[in-house]
Design a binder for this molecule. Structure first.
Ligand code: GLA
Length: 401
């Protein structure tokens, strides 16, 4: 709520009190993936939650065809004519503005017509920690302009347009997971998504049974983009080999362990390792969803540890600091499971912890991680939250007056 008060104050200061009565408040959450890593771009399964940390945008339609955006976090404003949206290039200076610019570009390309508007934005999702602040910003922008201009974009279409903004405008070749969960997350639930046909199902995650604790290594690896793209290509090379024997294999999602074992000798060893991870991870993700449904959190936790080992040894996207955090978690009683989450090479671990063990877990991890690395890790206690939406007056906020 503190964010909302700051937005209101900044909006009034920059755009005047009169426009405040026409504002719409939109927000979209960051995410943490419980299991199913590096599977989304292989047409596989993921099981993320949206978290109770959001990007908030307060905006109102403008009088002319100008877009004015002010970021409270960067203390910077960008202004551009709407007419330029179709041709505008990413801004190398105000890089934060490329997420909303990209969304406006994707909407324009898809044939949606908007008007000018002014908006202020502020975020609670830590940036660069692997919690998808970028997807949150994209979804929040899309939800805002959807309401401002009465576009009524179906959720799935909006998600795909946000992914397109990230892929083609921002230039990050991500899968569909982050934008999907940021729009369609549900409070108190994890979401199992089939990244091929985008069918999905919610699974209850009862905070009385287990809490989701995210620990940030504080490491931001500069290799993440190039290594991410390299992994995608290695997966494609694996598919090509599998396809030569099994023409129905369109993506690693279609292969199983036996098919892979038979063809491993004709694959580059590194490609075989990548395929083994993805095929195993898809199985683990489906098993984890079943475990949630059955209330078997012990099994869920074991699958998390297995996922981490596979990401470390087969997919090779972990780093010593992530491995250390997972090992520290393993030593604390009351921790069901832990693993790296997101693309890897730094960022965060996700830990599933009994509620009564959270305090001890946090203390132990903080103390031992800083003793070993000299870094003080940020710890975020997260709740599964709703996806991006427009907030109506009365829903925890009370303006326009
Ligand atoms: C990043 C991408 C996602 C997904 C994960 C790995 O977060 O944005 O699409 O590929 O990495 O699971």
């Amino acid at each position: 709520m503190e964010c909302i008060a700051r937005l209101k104050e900044a909006f009034t200061r920059r755009f005047g009190p009169a426009a405040l009565s026409r504002t719409v408040l939109a927000a979209a959450p960051g995410r943490v993936n419980l299991i199913g890593e590096h599977t989304d771009y292989n047409d596989g399964f993921v099981l993320p939650i949206a978290i109770d940390r959001r990007i908030w945008i307060l905006g109102a339609p403008g009088e002319d065809e100008t877009v004015r955006l002010y970021s409270l976090d960067f203390r910077a404003e960008v202004t551009f004519p709407l007419a330029a949206v179709g041709t505008v290039a990413p801004d190398p200076k105000e890089r934060w503005s490329n997420y909303p610019r990209g969304v406006l570009w994707a909407l324009y390309e898809a044939g949606y017509r908007l008007g000018g508007f002014m908006a202020v934005v502020a975020g609670e999702v830590p940036q660069g920690a692997g919690l998808s602040s970028s997807a949150a910003f994209e979804v929040a922008t899309a939800v805002l302009v959807d309401r401002l201009f009465g576009l009524e974009i179906p959720a799935e279409k909006l998600i795909r347009l946000c992914q397109r903004a990230e892929n083609l405008f921002v230039g990050v070749n991500c899968g569909i997971m982050d934008q999907f969960i940021s729009r369609l997350g549900r409070a108190g639930h994890a979401l199992l998504l089939d990244c091929r046909d985008l069918s999905y199902r919610y699974y209850t995650l009862d905070p009385a049974e287990a809490r989701v604790v995210v620990v940030d290594t504080g490491i931001k690896h500069s290799l993440v983009a190039s290594e991410y793209n390299r992994r995608r290509q290695e997966c494609e090379r694996g598919v090509a080999v599998l396809q030569s024997r099994h023409p129905s294999v369109r993506a690693l999602r279609d292969a199983d362990a036996a098919m892979l074992a038979a063809l491993e000798p004709s694959m580059e060893p590194v490609v075989a390792k990548r395929c083994r991870h993805v095929i195993g991870e898809n199985d683990r993700t489906l098993a984890a969803a079943q475990a949630l449904a059955a209330g078997d959190l012990e099994l869920f936790g074991r699958l998390m540890y297995e996922s981490h080992a596979s990401l470390r040894d087969l997919y090779e996207v972990s780093c010593p600091e992530l491995d250390l955090l997972v090992e520290l978690a393993r030593g604390v009683p009351g921790v069901y499971g832990a693993r790296m989450t997101g693309a890897g090479f730094g960022g965060c671990t996700v830990n599933l912890v009994r509620p009564e063990a959270v305090e001890e877990f946090t203390a132990v991890v903080k103390e031992k991680y800083s003793a070993r690395t000299g870094k003080n890790p940020a710890v975020y206690l997260c709740r599964a939250a709703d996806g991006g939406k427009v907030f109506e007056t009365g829903e925890g906020f009370s303006f326009p007056d």
